[in-house]
Structure formats: structure tokens, C-alpha cells
Write a protein that binds this ligand. Structure first.
Ligand SMILES: [Zn+2]
Length: 280
């Protein structure tokens, strides 16, 4: 599943379509089967003749703006992604749901194999901000300066105290943009064992963790994300963050720091990887 850094890489890669005049936003036949693409084709016709003026990211969501009140909220879901179409009549990827055609190439298509993605019109920007997961979203882990004081306030909340830190980090109400990969990597960088209860973390460890999250997410964007099975940027680029992962996906491999075997535990049905020697 694309995490905050991958969504940010997609956003940057889509910069080439900003300012281009839209001919039409076209829902494929396939998209009509799924509720998350519930707007009708006629509702998308209102965007013809407009430009995409900006694409913003909030957590793992992208918001398309058009210089008109209506905006479109997009979520990549488990496996959704955009592809730039640089040739005329280029064959669409399978599972294509929405294409945006411009007066000049490239066009762009959203495809989504597992159908957890979303591409939905909202009447204005404010109503997107009121959309439940966005309204409750925590700190953006990719802010240029990580707000450590706010992070401490949030992680000190009582409802996290008796939960394992490896589970808590996936809560987007704490830090938005962390998913399963960068959860494990942030804890490894902060030398914190994922099975520790939040209440047992010292102030120093909480600070260290906040900065480790920020550093890990930024480093992932610089590496253009992690490419495991499906993630590519819309221009076809592959991420390289997997090359510096310390623990994620490395069960039974040797830790680079101490040589111990990396372990895997399951927390809230998700895998967490860690080094039992380096992470206390
Ligand atoms: Zn180690």
C-alpha cells in the first residue's frame, strides 16, 4: 500500500499536468461497478475546459483543484496509481478507472487493481477538509519542520498509553502518512522495540521517535518511495527506498548494525520487523 512518501512522489510526478486544459475526465466502464467512483460521467463533464490548477497532498490523500469551487479527492487505496500517457492511443493499463484527457499530451490515467482507490467530486475544498479521515488526521509527517511539541502532546494522550507503539504508529490521527513499511523503519532508527507499551517510553525516546519518523519519511521521498510489487511513479520511475531499509521485510536476515537476526511480529494483524538487540 502506498504510504505518505509514495503519495507525495506521485503528486510531484503529476506536476506536468498542472495548468493543462482538460478536454474531458472520462470514467471507464469498469469504474461504474465500484461505489468509490460513484459520481456519474455527467458530473465529471463540468471539468471540461478547466485546468488543473494544483494537486495537494493531505496524509495519503491527493486533492485536485481546478480554479472552480468543486475539487476532486483521490486516494490510491491499496494498489491504485496514476500513469502518464505520453503517446496518442496508448493502451491503457488493465483496471483503468479514470482517465484525464488534455488538449495536448501527456494524458493521465488512474488504474486500481484492488479497487480500494477513490476519485470523488466534492462541492468545495472545505467539504473535503470536513471528510472524516481528513478532519481527524494528525500531524503531516512530511512537514518541512516536524512539530515535535505537537507530536509529544498527541502521543502522550491517555488512549495510547497501554497500546504497543508498533500499532499506535499506524494511527493516522497521530502522524499521517506512516504505513507499515515506515512504521518499522522509524522504530528501527529510533532504537525502540515495537512491542513496548507507549507508557513505558521515556520523554527522550518519544522525542527520538518523532524525529526518526520525520527523517524516515523525508528520506523515502528523496528515494522516490519504496518499490516492492506494484509501486511506480506516474512517469514509470521505480523507488529505491527499499535499498536502505534496515528491518522491513528482512525476517531472519542479519541486522546491519549488530548481526542479530531480524524478527517479525504481528501487531493488529500487520507485520512489524525489528532487531531484538538494537531496539530495546
Ligand atoms: Zn541489530
Amino acid at each position: 500500500m502506498p504510504e505518505g512518501p509514495e503519495v507525495e512522489c506521485v503528486r510531484r510526478s503529476l506536476k506536468s499536468i498542472i495548468g493543462k486544459k482538460i478536454q474531458r475526465i472520462h470514467l471507464t466502464e469498469l469504474s461504474q461497478k465500484y461505489r468509490k467512483y460513484q459520481n456519474r460521467q455527467t458530473q465529471f463533464d463540468q471539468f471540461s475546459g478547466h485546468q488543473i490548477t494544483n494537486i495537494e497532498r493531505i496524509g495519503k490523500f491527493l486533492i485536485f483543484k481546478f480554479g472552480k469551487r468543486e475539487v476532486i479527492l483521490n486516494h490510491l487505496g491499496m494498489s491504485g496509481n496514476w500513469l502518464l500517457l505520453i503517446k496518442k492511443n496508448q493502451i491503457l493499463p488493465s483496471h483503468s478507472k479514470v482517465s484525464i484527457e488534455f488538449e495536448t499530451l501527456p494524458n493521465v490515467v488512474f488504474y486500481d487493481t484492488r479497487n480500494f482507490g477513490q476519485f470523488k467530486i466534492y462541492e468545495d475544498y472545505n467539504s473535503v477538509l470536513q471528510h472524516q479521515p481528513i478532519r481527524k488526521m494528525g500531524i503531516d509527517g512530511l512537514l518541512a519542520t516536524f512539530p515535535i511539541d505537537e507530536f509529544l502532546l498527541r502521543i502522550n494522550k491517555r488512549n495510547y498509553a497501554n497500546r504497543e507503539i508498533g500499532s499506535v504508529l499506524l494511527d493516522q490521527k497521530l502522524v499521517a502518512g506512516i504505513g507499515n513499511i515506515y512504521k518499522s523503519e522509524s522504530l528501527a532508527l529510533a532504537n525502540i522495540n515495537p512491542t513496548r507499551l507507549v507508557i513505558t517510553l521515556t520523554d527522550e525516546e518519544r522525542c527520538k521517535l518523532g524525529f526518526a519518523i520525520s527523517k524516515t519519511l523525508h528520506k523515502a521521498v528523496e528515494s522516490m518511495g519504496s518499490t516492492f510489487s506494484s509501486f511506480r511513479t506516474p512517469d514509470g520511475g521505480e523507488g529505491s527506498a527499499q535499498n536502505w531499509h534496515q528491518v522491513y521485510g528482512k525476517k531472519d536476515k542479519k541486522c546491519n548494525n549488530c548481526g542479530s537476526k531480524i524478527r517479525r511480529v504481528v501487531q493488529d494483524k500487520r507485520s512489524t520487523f525489528y532487531c531484538p538487540e538494537c531496539q530495546l
